[in-house]
Ligand binder design. Sequence first.
Ligand code: ADP
Ligand code: MG
Length: 259
Amino acid sequence: MSAVDVTCEAPVILAAESLSKWFGSFGALDSVDLSVTRGSLHAVIGPNGAGKTTLFNVLTGQLRPSSGRVLFNGEPIEKLPVHRRAHLGMARSFQITSAYPELPVRENVRLAAQAVDCKVRRSVLRAAGHYEEPLAVTRDVLQKSGLSGFAETQAGNLSHGLSRRLEIAMALASRPQLLLLDEPLSGMGVDDIAGMEKFLRSLVPEHTVLLVEHNMPVTLAIADRITVLESGKVLTEGSPREVADNAQVREAYLGRGHV
Ligand code: ADP
Ligand code: MG
């Protein structure tokens, strides 16, 4: 059984309301609104320096916003530290590898599953009928991530593509409702990208995915909804087709030679 909280049926799982982040006098985020629908793959794209990572860090709790609100299942969370957000059901993967390189893949995923298996969470999940043993979670996550065949491989010996998968698998081990990914495709070759596209798509609708990504073609292919940032502001938001057809978006990307 999945640990996704089926009692939380609010259609909007994550929202940002007028979110701003100032670094001194520089506005990295300027009144950003965002609404992520449960069960969707929502992407945030934009040219370098648009504010994508800053938004990601404010949403996940690495950074406090200068003003504005972040709502998870309708509850304000902008003042909560990272670990409290994790216990509510948000998980992030990291661009810099967070796995123990000398340990096998299976052990890394098991440790990630155990890390969230604290007493409080266990009792809450048991009461809700959602509790799963870390070993069962590990097996399931390895299979879903396409890593079962690499379970005994030392994490440090994985290819770049597979180690990105492991980072996502470790985030999945906390059984999040919402998974936030910052540029999971960065540095990947064509073959790895195709596999990652399929993997990311397979995560919805069981998990909601918020993807911050620079790779425009892949984002257009897999996202349900796209928010485009430029200079810290929302340039537009829409379906992949609407975004692809938007003249301002084309200018923002093509004008800087990015696609
Ligand atoms: P993106 O991820 O879209 O490339 P970032 O969110 O990393 O953009 O950065 C947005 C802008 O904010 C950039 O101009 C960057 O230099 C600036 N910035 C990011 N973090 C800081 C910081 N800690 N201090 C000062 N400026 C920052
Ligand atoms: Mg970035």
